[in-house]
Design a protein. Sequence first.
Length: 171
Amino acid sequence: MSLLLRHEPQAAQLKLDEEGWVAVDQLIENVSTYFFTIDFDLLKTVVAQNAKKRFAFSADERKIRASQGHSIDVKLNMEVLEPPKILFHGTASRFLDSILKDGIQKMGRQHVHLSHQLETAQQVGQRHGKTVVLKVRSHDMYVNGYTFFRSDNGVWLTDFVPNNFIEVPEV
């Protein structure tokens, strides 16, 4: 579902609206046609049990979308929020020199992803190699005009983290 709702809806001939929503009936039908058979009960289980809460139903459960992490253009219409004083970004140590030079960039996604929990950032970083968790002085960024959003699943999002707001832990 991450592939289809965040990156390649065309792989199952899905038509997402501008906010990333797709009709549940269309998702079930197209996934069943192009990949494997699913039904509404299985879809509800996936949404409810996904550890990262990556997916959300509309209030009437007729639509579904990814909460964040899109590499395709969608407008999630999130409210700008004041972030906590510090947020964390987990990455692989091999990216550290580039980050310290150029800041944390969104790369192929719509936003940079940050966590308020150190453990979550560590888990994210582990996916990419030897982990390093960076402290981001998010409140300082905010008072300097950078915008922050929080997705439905609690991930903090921003467009860019300049290197002067990043603290590297001592090794």
